[in-house]
Ligand binder design. Structure first.
Ligand code: PMP
Length: 450
């Protein structure tokens, strides 16, 4: 784009194509170039682009009323969406507090956890524990919980030291063990940490059931979350599942935590909740946590101007209804199995691929310079950046993810197409991805990095 631009984009020295329109899994720029949206944007566009039913709902709702202030009115779309989410969520996670972004959803969960313990007469429980290699959002409270080294770095003095335990990252086990001989040391570390700090100070533990942006779809070993739940119960620590990326059918279940039948006390959702058609997120709260608040101060000390606005909640409701009608959660499971199988085939062919992982249509690929000792590429080689550019030139969008035990660096990408993807489209996606990987591997060989 040659014209002057005053829009602050992620990288000021980078050119961005101008989006024109989208249809299903495809996006088109203003020069007519087609891209497969292989990452649903930021793992958001779950039902695909240009769905006219959603556009109709938006128009109808805008004609009625787009905004009412939550302390003056409730609205039918907001009430109905909360009711629908209750049916989607596991166990007694029956309540929804609507916000506008994933960061607000996790930060609200933090505040609700603290408030819960105040209502229960335990006001010293204010710390939140989290894992390294995690991302819970960019606002200061959410960033305080995020174990994403790169995103914390500039603000470290302002942040709380909430990330305190290692991630369940079996490919590079932080304890240099293998499952099951490890006896889930990564989960046991939570107990040690609670005991060191003192349960009297700890309100909650927050984790992404499947680690997204800062780990590229890391799936923990069997038994991990059961152990985490037991430890949380033993020390009266709430368990918050951050399902902003992994929720709403993305991993082949309504919520990723359902893969292990573990009951969280709160769930943060966002992204796929409206499939990108409107900004909306929610902090979902269980009956158990709401009970003392309902009988105590009777209000949650948080909220934003646009919280629970009728326009966004009407979209959320329409998106969930669309997902139900087209059975997209089941579809995510089925197409995800196929996608993982195809990525594993690529791993056999290209030793630059060190690991392939994920569940449903949330999958990750980690690159290494040596497959046997898993040595990552030097960061200045920028392997994932080169790969993403190659994919984009060829008409495929994939999402950068960090990897590596320090929680930054490492080369990985997320592949997470819209849940509506068809088998032939998946084959087209894999074909382009393979071409890009093949080219990358040859180039790195020629340059002596591999
Ligand atoms: N939690 C997780 C797991 C996420 O993946 C993200 C966004 N990538 C967030 C929270 C923050 O969401 P938002 O960007 O909407 O604030």
């Amino acid at each position: 784009m040659n014209m002057a631009s005053y829009l602050i984009k992620p990288f000021l020295d980078q050119e961005y194509p101008i989006a024109d329109y989208g249809k299903g899994i495809y996006l088109y720029d203003n020069e007519g170039k087609e891209y497969i949206d292989g990452s649903s944007g930021a793992v958001t566009a779950s039902i695909g682009h240009g769905v006219l039913e959603i556009a109709d709902v938006m128009k109808e709702q805008a004609k009625k009323v787009s905004f009412v202030y939550r302390s003056q009115f409730t609205s039918e779309p907001a009430e109905k969406l909360a009711e629908k989410l209750k049916d989607w969520a596991p166990g007694d996670v029956n309540w929804s507090f609507f916000v506008n972004s994933g960061s607000e959803a996790t930060e609200t969960a933090l505040k609700v956890a603290i408030q819960y313990w105040q209502e229960k007469g335990k006001p010293s429980k204010i710390k939140i524990l989290s894992r390294w290699m995690s991302y819970h959002g960019i606002t200061l409270g959410a960033l305080s919980m995020s174990g994403h080294v790169g995103r914390r770095a500039r603000f470290t003095p302002l942040l709380e030291d909430f990330p305190s335990v290692n991630p369940p990252y079996c490919y590079r086990c932080p304890f240099h063990k293998t499952y099951p001989e490890c006896q889930l040391m990564c989960a046991e570390e939570l107990e040690t940490t609670i005991r060191r700090i003192g349960a009297d100070h700890i309100a909650a533990f927050i984790a992404e059931p499947i680690i997204g942006a800062s780990g590229a779809a890391i799936v923990p070993p069997e038994g991990y979350y059961q152990r985490i739940r037991d430890i949380c119960d033993k020390y009266e620590v709430l368990f918050i599942a951050d399902e902003v990326m992994s929720g709403i059918g993305r991993t082949g279940k309504a919520f990723a935590i359902n893969h292990w039948q573990v009951q969280p006390d709160m769930i943060a959702v966002g992204k796929g909740l409206t499939g990108g058609y409107a900004p909306l997120a929610a902090t979902m709260i269980s009956d158990r946590i709401m009970a003392p608040i309902e009988s105590g101060s009777k209000l949650i000390m948080s909220g934003h101007t646009y919280s629970a606005n009728p326009q966004s909640t009407a979209v959320g409701l329409a998106v969930l209804e669309y997902m139900e009608k087209h059975q997209l959660v089941k579809r995510s499971e089925k197409m995800g199995t196929l996608l993982l199988e195809k990525l594993h085939n690529l791993k056999q062919k290209y030793p630059i691929i060190g690991d392939v992982r994920g569940k449903g249509l949330l999958t990750g690929v980690e690159f290494v310079s040596n497959i046997f000792n898993k040595i990552p590429f030097a960061s200045e080689v920028s392997v994932s950046k080169i790969l993403i550019k190659k994919c984009m030139d060829k008409g495929l969008l994939v999402y950068p993810a960090s990897a590596g035990i320090e929680g930054h660096g490492g080369d990985a990408v997320l592949i997470a197409p819209p849940l509506v993807i068809e088998k032939e489209q998946l084959e087209q996606l894999i074909k382009i991805f393979e071409e890009a990987v093949k080219e990358l591997q040859i180039e790195l060989q020629v340059q002596g990095y591999f």
